[in-house]
Design a binder for this molecule. Structure first.
Ligand SMILES: [Zn+2]
Length: 270
């Protein structure tokens, strides 16, 4: 599942390729999007910006229109030169935006809609998002407040709740809890305020480090170690020794959607 850092990188790559350019072709497998294109053509509009809002990707066009997409589990955006061979089959194309220099293709993007730009900030899906961990004006106190409001949830599930804070996916969930020394099944209500603050700080640092491109080519890294096989503390390491204490890493399916959770039973006791 794409995490905030992935969406952030995708938005930045798309922005660099497309911003300021005029759309020469638009195509989509979705009838509602095609209808908007028929009524008020996307072709001829200028792409003003491509931005990440939590896990949503917003492509803003001139004339008060934006395309909002959400990747869910399997969606992705690719960027190609015109005529370049795609890395996925054409039948997986859901949205295509072409300029003179580039073709942006959204593959298997399950959630896509046009909206008026002036309404974007008020859109339910976005307005409901908690503070974006990668935003320059990130409000840590508000993120802690929103976590705190989820007292009955386990901390692992609360960290995944994009309405509490936006950007953490399943990998960082486990990594953040390891660094914070917090047991994933602890309910939020049992955690002290400074503990929640620390988790938010760790999440912001981990996502920020990975959004900066420092890990390009080596996958995600939270340990600070260069070797690709040593990049993560616990995620994907069930049954293997903890990098800090040697205890075997535990694994369980947790919460709504049975998401994979990894943790060290010795290091994470809070
Ligand atoms: Zn350990």
């Amino acid at each position: 599942m794409p995490e905030g850092d992935t969406i952030f990188r995708a938005a930045r790559t798309l922005h660099r390729a497309l911003a300021g350019k005029v759309v020469t072709r638009f195509d989509t497998a979705y009838a509602p999007l095609a209808r908007v294109h028929d009524d008020t053509p996307i072709t001829g509009r200028t792409i003003e910006a491509v931005e990440a809002h939590g896990k949503h990707l917003l492509m803003r066009f001139s004339g008060d229109l934006a395309l909002r997409t959400h990747m869910r589990m399997h969606g992705s955006w690719h960027i190609y030169r015109p005529g370049e061979r795609w890395q996925r089959p054409p039948r997986e194309m859901r949205v295509l935006v072409e300029t003179a220099d580039f073709v942006a293709v959204g593959f298997n993007v399950p959630d896509a809609e046009f909206e008026a730009t002036r309404d974007v900030g008020a859109r339910d899906a976005i307005a409901r998002l908690g503070p974006d961990l990668l935003a320059p004006d990130f409000d840590a106190a508000e993120a802690v407040r929103r976590l705190r409001a989820r007292g009955d949830m386990t901390i692992a599930e609360a960290l995944l709740d994009q309405r509490a804070l936006a950007g953490i996916g399943n990998v960082f969930k486990s990594e953040v809890l390891f660094e914070g020394g917090v047991e994933p099944f602890a309910t939020v209500a049992t955690l002290a305020g400074e503990r929640l603050s620390a988790l938010v700080d760790i999440a912001r640092r981990q996502l920020g480090a990975n959004a900066g491109g420092a890990s390009s080519g080596h996958g995600r890294r939270t340990t600070g170690r260069m070797a690709p096989a040593e990049g993560l503390w616990v995620y994907g390491r069930g049954g293997r020794p903890c990098r800090r204490c040697g205890t075997l890493i535990s694994f369980a399916k947790q919460g709504v959607g049975s998401r994979s959770t990894y943790w060290c039973p010795t290091c994470q006791t809070a």
